[in-house]
Design a protein around this ligand. Structure first.
Ligand SMILES: NC(=O)c1ccc[n+]([C@@H]2O[C@H](COP(=O)([O-])OP(=O)(O)OC[C@H]3O[C@@H](n4cnc5c(N)ncnc54)[C@H](O)[C@@H]3O)[C@@H](O)[C@H]2O)c1
Length: 374
């Protein structure tokens, strides 16, 4: 297999332009049609894609975006058919609105191209079944871009969980909060795959089920529509795992004070990760039974149960640092295609999360706790 693999970006909006800059190693630049830098300094990848992955070109229906591509000297495909007809193209990277992914992915696979597809890979599990069938038939790779498995805060949470730093974990909470409602683009439209469950839920749920092993046994969910849009502008999901661990996942877009990104409780301690940068702390118990518990005045009453522990029975510990390679997903994709390496994200995993989101919508609609034995 020849190196570097050649990848083309379909849809050059907020995310597609980020892919173009990452693949060409120009992460510090800003597309002129955006008012913000796509990457901040902290997100610049630590590994290089040079020699592994090369940008073959870009196509977007928007002329302004194609003008930016042309001005930077990158190849402009005339349309999607022109991209698929490129004999030197190995991978199509789909970064268009969610309702277009199915057809685009099937066309790419049928044209003999591997596919890297933005999340949520499809609108629903039925669409993904169809795409997976074509991938199996053609023997090509369909790789879901669940890039937030490489987020710093998630990897810290996962390290705490995996290494048992809190003893036996019994509850995990994962949240993201904003205060501007749903963005004003296609994310507001149901037919285009809008709503916060598909936009952010897909990330948070994907990471959570990666971290907590085993099956989920039942779920409950409440979607919110507080900003008055047709799509969910947030949700609270409750997951019971067969191993006894409970989890809460929440996305909010009308929250002016944040909850922490992560709150994890174990029998020997608690961890709080405040934000994406991974600020926060762990408190671990050093002595479960205290000698003399003094009640505190709490509101209109006294309590021992809720009284803070004395400093000698706990210790405050810094969160464990982790090393993140933001290019890890692209590199794994290249290794999967060229060397048959194990994919770090699979279509089967994306399928489980799509089915989970479908079950959460159903639980919301029926206002019931529902079994989900997957
Ligand atoms: N993984 C992540 O962290 C992440 C972050 C943001 C967005 N996304 C995903 O990326 C995809 C795009 O989101 P976005 O925020 O970049 O949206 P966006 O609206 O900024 O960009 C979409 C682009 O697709 C173009 N487009 C629309 N129809 C097209 C067509 N038929 N052919 C070619 N181009 C077409 C639009 O002109 C636009 O430039 C979505 O699936 C979204 O969920 C992923």
């Amino acid at each position: 297999m020849k190196y570097p693999l050649r990848i083309a970006v379909l849809g050059c909006g907020g995310m597609g332009s980020g892919h173009v800059l990452a693949i060409t190693g120009k992460e510090e630049e800003r597309p002129d049609f955006l008012s913000y830098n796509v990457y901040t300094d902290g997100q610049i990848a630590i590994s290089s894609l040079k020699g592994k992955l090369e940008l073959a070109g870009v196509y977007d229906i928007d002329d302004k975006r194609m003008q930016w591509v042309a001005e930077n000297g990158w190849h402009c495909y005339k349309d999607y058919a022109d991209m698929l007809a490129d004999p030197d193209l190995d991978i199509v990277l789909i970064a268009t609105p969610n309702n277009l992914h199915r057809e685009e992915a099937i066309s790419a696979l049928r044209a003999g191209k591997h596919v890297l597809c933005e999340k949520p890979v499809m609108m629903n599990s039925q669409e993904l079944e169809e795409v997976m069938a074509v991938a199996r038939e053609t023997g090509l790779v369909f790789y879901p871009r669940q890039n937030r498995r490489w987020d710093y805060d998630y990897l810290v949470a996962k390290k705490i969980f995996d290494e048992g730093l809190l003893g036996k974990v019994f509850n995990v909470e994962s949240r993201v909060m904003g205060s501007r409602g749903i963005p004003g683009d296609w994310r507001k439209e149901k037919a285009k795959g809008g709503g916060m469950m598909l936009d952010w839920g897909v990330h948070l749920l994907d990471r959570l089920v990666q971290m907590i092993p085993g099956k989920i046994s039942s779920v409950y969910c409440k979607c919110s529509y507080v900003t008055g849009e047709e799509c969910d502008d947030g949700f609270k999901a409750f997951l019971n795992f067969a191993n006894g661990i409970t989890a809460e996942v929440e996305v909010g877009t009308c929250q002016f004070i944040d909850h922490p990104n992560w709150y994890m409780a174990g029998l020997e301690g608690t961890a709080r990760i405040d934000n994406f940068a991974g600020d926060g702390k762990m408190v671990r118990v050093t002595k479960w039974h205290e000698d003399n518990i003094v009640p505190i005045q709490a509101g209109e009453g006294l309590t021992k149960t809720m009284a803070p522990r004395d400093a000698e029975s706990t210790e405050v510990i810094a969160l464990p640092p982790v090393v993140v390679d933001r290019n890890g997903l692209y590199i794994n994709l290249v290794d999967v295609i060229t060397q048959g390496a194990e994919p770090l994200v699979t279509a089967e995993e994306a399928m489980r999360v799509l089915k989970l989101m479908e079950k959460l919508f159903e639980a919301d609609e029926k206002n019931m706790v529902l079994p989900f034995e997957t």
